[in-house]
Design a protein around this ligand. Structure first.
Ligand code: NAD
Ligand code: 2YH
Length: 260
């Protein structure tokens, strides 16, 4: 289990703006347009109740505040409840929240109380980062590499298969890799043998240096929610990589669009 730290969340809207510029440059569209087309929804004037949760490792400084910043950034009407946990839930419902956002150590959800839709951060993050990678405007094939097939990576790989991409995937955990081969139909990618290079890469691991020079072509698009980043700054510079990596806003935008 990886938990966000207050440092990860430093100036979340600035981090997002920088990434949105890269997304626009590499795909031709910004994150809002991409979310609208993935989910076929538009954000309106929904009221978002953000509930701090003390379970497990407890409150993360800056987490609820960052979600509040994100709701403002998306021009939604957000508020953080004064109470935590069940009392916070009760408060949010009584304050007429349309959508609730809350996370413990394992699951982070958006729940739309008006239409009953519920979404998890790991699925929505996987879907949107995979979608971003798949939109690389320099790609001339439908081959895409997925690195890491955990909760986020599997959801992204599944999305790419649904969209008709040729998905190559690597995970050192054989059980995770075999499930994705059998259930989704991804091609197993052997980093030591295949020598195939990709223009579109979706990485979802909690480790550094998961991306090597044998995997990527010059000017490729690497889209990764993984913390820390799997691409070293040196490799990113040498290969002139368009790197999309942001700790919270892109995934939360995806969650909100998915429950509208
Ligand atoms: P997980 O533990 O469920 O899965 C991680 C997977 O990566 C595992 O299957 C593991 O075997 C695999 N892996 C580890 N090292 C690897 C390597 N060198 N090459 C290939 N695969 C490797 O984790 P998760 O919930 O899927 O989250 C993945 C990452 O995404 C974490 O760092 C998490 O913090 C981050 N995350 C970020 C956001 C965001 O908005 N930026 C949102 C959710 C999760
Ligand atoms: O960071 C996390 C977990 N990794 C779950 C996310 C799933 N992708 N949870 C945040 C915990 C927040 C805390 N309980 C709070 O401040 O409310």
């Amino acid at each position: 289990m990886t938990l966000l730290t207050p440092d990860d969340l430093y100036n979340v809207s600035r981090q997002f703006e920088k990434n949105n510029d890269i997304i626009k440059r590499a795909t031709g569209q910004g994150i809002r347009d991409i979310c609208e087309s993935v989910y076929n929804t538009r954000l309106g004037n929904e009221k978002i109740g953000i509930i701090p949760i003390t379970a497990g490792n407890g409150i993360i400084d800056n987490f609820a505040e960052s979600l509040f910043t994100i709701t403002n950034y998306l021009k939604l009407d957000g508020f953080i409840t004064n109470h935590t946990d069940v009392a916070g839930y009760y408060e949010a419902v009584n304050q007429n929240a349309d959508i609730l956002l809350m996370a413990d150590d394992y699951v982070f959800i958006a729940h739309n109380l008006r239409n009953g839709k519920i979404a998890t951060n790991h699925v929505c993050t996987g879907v949107i980062y995979a979608e971003i990678a798949s939109r690389c405007k320099y790609a001339d094939t439908k081959d895409i590499l997925v690195i890491g097939l955990g909760k986020v990576g599997y959801a992204g790989a599944s999305h790419l298969i649904r969209k008709g991409f040729n998905v190559y995937a690597y995970d050192p955990d054989n059980e995770a890799l075999n499930s994705a081969v059998q259930e989704l139909g991804v091609h197993p990618y052997d980093i030591h043998r295949d020598g195939k290079k990709f223009c579109m890469v979706f990485e979802a691991t909690p480790n550094e240096n998961t991306i090597t020079k044998d995997m990527i072509s010059e000017r490729c698009l690497v889209s990764t929610p993984g913390i820390p980043c799997g691409l070293s700054p040196e490799l990113g510079n040498d290969y002139d990589v368009d790197l999309v990596m942001e700790p919270l806003l892109i995934g939360v935008a995806s969650m909100l669009y998915s429950v509208i």
